[in-house]
Design a protein around this ligand. Sequence first.
Ligand code: 5AD
Ligand code: SF4
Length: 476
Amino acid sequence: MSLADAPPLSLHPAAPKATTTLRRLHVITWGCQMNVYDSGRMADVLAPLGYTAATSAADADMVILNTCHIRERATDKVFSELGRLRVIKDERAAAGKTTILAVAGCVAQAEGAEITARAPYVDIVLGPQTYHRLPEMVARAHRAAGPVIETDFPVEQKFDFLPAAPADQDQAVTAFLTVQEGCDKFCSFCVVPYTRGAEASRPAASVLAEARGLVRRGAREITLLGQNVNAYHGAGMDGAVWGLGRLVRALAEIPNLLRIRYMTSHPRDMADDLIAAHAEVPALMPFLHLPVQSGSDRMLTAMNRRHTADDYRRLIDRLRTARPDLALSSDFIVGHPGETTADFDATMRLIRDIGFAQAFSFKYSARPGTPAAGAPGAVPEAEKDARLVALLALLRDQQDDFNARSVGLEFDVLVTGPGRRPGQIAGRSPYLQAVHMDGPESLVGQVVPVKVRQLLTNSLTATLNFPAFKQERARA
Ligand code: 5AD
Ligand code: SF4
């Protein structure tokens, strides 16, 4: 999962009911795509209360800080941001305006009441499983003498209680859709099983209904999200339990849904049917994020990943047989407790063997409460740094090489919006590369064939392959 901090999310204004008071909401989103999705849904939940998008925290009657706990010093970062928001809240109070300050996401789940103990000006602390209860929490915050803290894992499924997004809400060409949450894998280093709880899958009917709504509002590409998305096992419409492959096939039937992706996956959950879907479903994009973390069997065991490096190699072979143009992305951790130079060399070997189009690499950082946090064999910081530098250099070379090999290729691009210059449009390749080309804005939302001309620093330039232009799937 990409952990690049997302910029503050700009929320789509939703039409308030005539009877509601107009209020402004500002959501600051850190962490993974799941948080980006959650932030959108929190805005949807609050829309019926009259909340529309604010341009900044200073302009907002309610600010939600949606946090990520995966990195070291995550909590410090939250308190530092809260200090900044406190100043804004105080300034607004001096002008006679109230501001509700809420902390959501995984730090909220992990720290709970500790947040309001250290920052008493915070009104609401809510875990990722409770945001369907936000309206009630806001009402309580308005009347309460003390803070509202909701970090239990409720028995009800939040997805059963979330309102559909307003039919007239703007929707970008690309969308996220959470289908599964939580994780039962308990990798040694990871907080997710503790912050997001046990694995739970949404029923297929609910996923399909949300996908149809997204497409009706303009989405053409949907990325299915889950902490362990390929462990999806939702109730199907036929009474059977559906795996992700089955779900992807059903989604591919939705007219005008041109592209489907999913992330993040675990190698152990790559079921035969999902691999087959890569061969059989054209809308399933040939780009897969499949974290391996390490190429050393010793480390994979220590990490409780429950597969070997050769299992991963064999899996990639099967996927590439199913879909020869498949490109891969992965996550790597260097310096997990006990990692020797030989273990690290095994990771470098695996990377050379597979060849990645993209990757996210992390220095191991101890997360309190996880098994690895107390494990012996800590790797010195300087050694971790050195390994990370070497790993990044190799992965950077592979990424540069992959992008360079795109030049001269012909592939389909989903046009996502206008480009930087007038007359230009922007889109994304099957491999999520940014592509710029000359063309009319009327193509936004369509898949167009292009020829790649040039590799720039962070994008490709291309020309439209007219007159061959066609819609990728006119099978409405
Ligand atoms: N230290 C370093 N990296 C971590 N990740 C998760 N937990 C840790 C940790 N404690 C990385 C893994 C995972 C990605 C989302 O973040 O590579 O796949
Ligand atoms: Fe964390 Fe491992 Fe679950 Fe991924 S599979 S969320 S790394 S415990």
